[in-house]
Design a binder for this molecule. Structure first.
Ligand code: PLP
Length: 390
């Protein structure tokens, strides 16, 4: 485990075990409550500094990035509805389900939703965004996009997209979950981003904590009612220990050596391409995060690969979600033009800053063995994975 992450989780467990004397309910006025409140405010400042957020108070803590995204999108929709207006949304085909499912739901309630395609490398064409914004000029519009894709690591030109949204009077929400600690130089400082979602566990904090940047002046109807917590933006007793650990994890990001992770990922990709015939890397021509690789191997099913690697002690994931033990085709790979079978067969490898060259070399040898073993098994033609030429 990474050092920063370890520190954050140690803090998390010590505050949990010492919750009575150390951190009380942050809304209470007794001493323990005040201590809890102070821990939250410290975390808010550390996170603001790490992510380039000028006003720490603009950060609203949530229980996950999924909740942050729901708050941003539904909050905007209901705010417009309250004003008697129809909300318009522009997003991309490859967003996380937290965005796509929420927008499907809001479309059923009457929202206008436009979805931008990506090319075979998973890249966006900002000309399409500008065209869509021209069409809805004058309507209340929120553009929502990710900083980088969680399956392929492909980075979107989010700051340019935010500037275009601003030019047309639209609000801009950034799903920034994959950016901190993986996208070199990531900062919101000076970027015209109105809303941004973060997840603590993606930077080494505990699971079940998120944050939403809501710039002052941006009006959202809260998702949760029932108290004045978080300046009435999100009701509910706060996860003091989890938030304190989120702050510690954010502060530790500065110590991460992203160049070394980038070097190891490139080495991993070189070794895999050289050692496994028919290996392909998705989005290889696009700008990508330092730690994420998405592989496909001709004629190798994702399920067999994951099971084979699991038997060798590697708990990896396919690019896409699993449902009752079956791998669903990745909507990201489908959007990039892959067929259903290929979209079920990707192998996603995410490196942490604690990984070593020795581990990478050891993993590639195992991968070569597992792929060879799968290919040696008799397969029915219908089970073959066809990889389109990209
Ligand atoms: N957005 C992206 C890009 C993600 O990768 C994830 C989680 O993997 C989420 C949103 C949801 O985050 P959380 O697990 O905090 O709900």
């Amino acid at each position: 485990m990474e050092q920063g992450a370890q520190g954050a989780l140690l803090l998390y467990s010590s505050t949990l075990s010492d919750s009575h004397s150390n951190f009380g309910n942050a809304s209470s006025i007794h001493a323990a409550g005040r201590k809890g409140k102070a821990a939250i405010e410290d975390a808010r400042e550390l996170i603001a500094a790490a992510f380039g957020i000028e006003e720490p108070e603009d950060i609203c803590f949530t229980a996950s990035a999924t909740e942050s995204i729901n708050t941003a999108l539904k909050g905007f929709f209901f705010q417009q509805q309250k004003l008697g207006l129809r909300a318009h949304f522009i997003t991309t085909e490859v967003e996380h389900e937290a965005t796509l499912d929420t927008l499907r739901f809001l479309a059923e309630l009457g929202a206008a939703v436009a979805i931008m395609p990506v090319n075979s490398q998973g890249e966006l064409d900002l000309g399409i965004l500008e065209g869509l914004l021209k069409e809805v000029k004058g309507e209340p519009t929120l553009v929502s996009m990710m900083a980088a894709n969680n399956e392929t690591g492909v980075i979107f030109p989010w700051a340019e997209a935010a500037a275009i949204a601003k030019k047309y009077g639209a609000l801009f929400h950034l799903d920034a979950v994959q950016a901190p600690g993986k996208l070199p130089g990531f900062t919101l400082a000076g970027a015209p981003v109105d809303l941004a979602s973060f997840s603590a566990h993606k930077i080494g904090g505990a699971k079940g904590v998120g944050a939403l940047l809501i710039r002052r002046g941006v009006k959202l109807i809260p998702l949760l009612h029932g108290g004045a917590h978080e300046r009435s933006r999100r009701a509910g007793t706060m996860n003091v220990a989890g938030i304190a650990a989120f702050g510690a994890a954010a502060a530790a990001l500065a110590k991460k050596d992203l160049n070394e992770t980038d070097r190891l990922r490139k080495l991993l990709e070189e070794l895999v391409v050289a050692g496994v015939p028919g290996a392909q890397i998705q989005g290889s021509k696009a700008k990508r995060l330092v730690n994420t690789s998405n592989f496909l191997f001709a004629d190798v099913r994702g399920e067999s690969l994951l099971m084979g690697l699991d038997l060798e002690g590697y708990a990896l994931s396919s690019g896409s979600a699993c449902n009752s033990g079956t791998i669903l085709p990745s909507h990201v790979l489908l959007a990039m033009g892959f067929d259903k079978l290929a979209a079920q067969s990707a192998l996603r490898v995410s490196l942490g800053s604690g990984n070593t060259e020795e581990e990478i070399r050891g993993f590639v040898l195992v991968l070569m063995r597992v792929v060879e073993r799968i290919r040696a098994q008799p397969q029915r033609a219908s089970l073959r994975t066809g990889i389109p030429a990209h």
